[in-house]
Design a protein around this ligand. Structure first.
Ligand code: GLP
Length: 263
């Protein structure tokens, strides 16, 4: 069904919000990413809105990561957000799967003593040696995430001599150390970008990030603990949902839930 493509001045929906919807429909229907959207002037004329209202709608879409601005050039359609994978894949694999060129820059590499939290996460004793690395991850040269990883030295001795610039950590673990990660766990929460990370990620101070903490294991041994800050304007998380198990309606009496081996 065609949506109305004009602004309804009677509506209780604010005008900038109506324009936002119109622009979203336009993006979906006819604009590819990196396409230039109509100028503020054109939108003002086409929809009979004030310049301020038009700017407000565009600002929202920029903040949501749907549009981006280039000074002096105009406003463009952003790429769709990256779906945060829910499998034990590497950043390199994820970007290649999207047809983008993965990049990695070593910001910090050292061997140090595991602090309490890191030791706990990796099944070590505090003070045990760990490789610590901070990496900036890029996709087609655009900064996407800052990742802080810890790997027990015992698991990958000599990893500190290997450059990770534009390389995949997981590929190196596999090729050089024969480590095949077989399962992992991940916690994702909302966060505000750390001031130093903001500069690296080209975000304004106070921007949203997705904080992802991953532990990855091989044969039951923790291999990696990584805390990543992913750009909130570039990532989203989508999950399928199962309905909760309905109580068995046919059989009155207690439901067959606990203690029957289902987990
Ligand atoms: C993702 C995970 C990290 C992991 C990385 C490995 O970004 N969040 O925990 O260390 O992938 O990626 P790569 O093999 O490309 O270095």
């Amino acid at each position: 069904r065609m949506k109305s493509v004009s602004i309804d001045p009677q509506s209780s929906v604010p005008k900038y919000s109506q324009l936002r919807e119109i622009l979203l429909d336009l993006i979906d229907a006819e604009l590819a990413y990196d396409a230039l959207i109509p100028s503020e002037r054109e939108l003002v004329d086409r929809y009979g809105l004030s310049r301020m209202t038009v700017r407000q709608a565009i600002n929202h879409l920029v903040a949501e990561g749907r549009l981006y601005r280039i000074a002096g050039k105009g406003t463009f359609v952003a790429r769709p957000k990256v779906e945060m994978p829910l499998r034990l894949t590497s950043f390199t694999e994820d970007m290649l799967a999207r047809g983008q060129r993965p990049g990695s820059r070593d910001l910090e590499r050292r061997v140090g003593a595991a602090g309490g939290q890191v030791a706990k996460g990796l099944g070590l004793s505090p003070g045990d040696p760990v490789h610590m690395m901070v990496r900036l991850r890029t996709a087609d040269e655009v900064p996407m995430a800052v990742e802080r990883s810890y790997i027990p030295v015992l698991v990958a001795p000599g990893l500190d001599d290997v450059t990770l610039t534009d390389r995949s950590l997981y590929a190196i673990l596999e090729e050089r150390f024969g480590i095949e990660l077989d399962h992992g766990e991940q916690t994702i929460e909302a966060g505000i970008v750390d001031p130093d990370d903001a500069v690296l990620l080209e975000l304004r101070p106070g921007s949203a990030v997705l904080l992802v903490e991953r532990r990855a294991f091989a044969e039951g041994r923790p291999v990696e603990l990584t805390v990543s800050a992913y750009r909130g304007d570039r990532y989203q998380l989508h999950v399928g949902l199962d309905a909760p198990r309905l109580p068995a309606t046919q059989s009155p009496g207690p439901t067959r839930s606990g203690g029957d081996g289902h987990g």
